[in-house]
Design a protein around this ligand. Structure first.
Ligand SMILES: NC(=O)c1ccc[n+]([C@@H]2O[C@H](COP(=O)([O-])OP(=O)(O)OC[C@H]3O[C@@H](n4cnc5c(N)ncnc54)[C@H](OP(=O)(O)O)[C@@H]3O)[C@@H](O)[C@H]2O)c1
Length: 285
């Protein structure tokens, strides 16, 4: 029997990364939806969709991910990042389905100096992080059959991400400044997709909250330098402090996630963030 998996927000980075792996999982049957075919902020639509389709797992890739824009668009960010997950959790509970939801390192304030674990207390410092934390809480309060995975600094061949922004800038700029005082872990969305599908494939699912990021920690400045090196782009990168690069949303200075729990429970080992970077860049340049 194939496992029936609903993927919401499937046109984003993570959704496309799952689609790309579909052939490697012949015992899964995927149903991909986007904001037009399944708007997760519409409770009636969500309920009806779950009643019409037999769904055993729902991977929620839908999110409001524009971190700066969220500061001025908090209502919509709340709807997509908090209410949508709640409606999915209610529908999953009614169908006895498992909800796999993705959250973010930005639920933390960045005051720590060692990797954040699942037991650390969140304290978001921007609207995006607050709405994502509200989404986590609404799931925990609604259903027991959930996996919440916090991840960080996603990059992939799809959608919008820092790596693609750097590539675009390299076409017109020979020198750029990038912040060097924010430290985190870039994560290849394809690795996250594999981790999620391995969880679904595991014999028993230990529900709960998990962290998953590639290793090892780095700064946006070093990430940018590696991107240009791997893409053979001659762009000079100047390190600057966040104070000299004002943004609408504040970012945590340190948001490295520790992925040990996922390793222990599901034997899923995080690889280094550079390991896919060259290949992804080769496909784009
Ligand atoms: N990107 C990162 O660096 C990062 C870091 C940490 C955690 N995360 C989390 O990882 C997850 C995946 O991120 P991502 O980078 O793949 O996101 P993404 O590329 O921005 O994709 C999000 C998708 O959600 C869809 N969506 C928006 N509103 C929707 C709605 N009401 N109903 C259904 N779909 C809707 C969007 O579709 P439309 O384009 O049609 O609106 C978009 O395709 C998110 O939960 C995000 O918070 C991301």
């Amino acid at each position: 029997m194939k496992k029936h998996i609903l993927v919401t927000g499937a046109n984003g980075q993570l959704g496309n990364s799952i689609k790309k792996q579909e052939n490697q999982w012949p015992h899964f049957r995927f149903i991909y939806t986007d904001s037009k075919t399944l708007d997760i902020t519409n409770q009636n639509v969500v309920e009806t969709f779950f009643k019409k389709n037999s769904i055993e797992y729902c991977i929620n890739c839908a999110a409001y991910t524009a971190v700066d824009q969220a500061e001025t668009d908090q209502e919509l960010a709340f709807k997509i990042n908090a209410l949508g997950p709640k409606y999915l959790a209610l529908a999953c509970k009614a169908s006895n389905a498992v909800l796999i939801h993705i959250s973010t390192d930005f639920v933390f304030d960045g005051c720590k100096t060692s990797p954040y674990t699942e037991t650390d207390t969140p304290n978001p410092i921007n609207a995006y992080g607050r709405t994502k934390l509200q989404g986590e809480n609404s799931i925990v309060q609604t259903t027991e059959q959930y996996i919440i995975i916090r991840t960080s600094w996603l990059y992939s061949e799809y959608g919008h991400n820092f790596m693609k922004t750097m590539l675009r800038l390299s076409k017109t700029r020979s020198e750029i400044s990038v912040v060097n005082d924010q430290v985190g872990s870039p994560t290849y969305a394809g690795d996250l997709a594999t981790a999620i599908l391995k969880i679904i494939d595991s014999k028993t699912i230990q529900y709960g909250l998990y962290h998953y990021s590639n290793t090892v920690e780095t700064s946006w400045y070093d990430f940018a330098k590696t991107i240009f090196k791997f893409a053979n782009k001659d762009v000079k990168v100047n390190p600057i402090a966040s104070a000299h690069y004002p943004t609408l949303a504040k970012r945590p200075n340190y948001s490295v996630l520790q992925s040990e729990k996922l390793l222990e429970q599901f034997n899923i080992k995080a690889s280094r963030w550079e390991s896919h970077l060259k290949k992804v860049l080769e496909g784009l340049t």
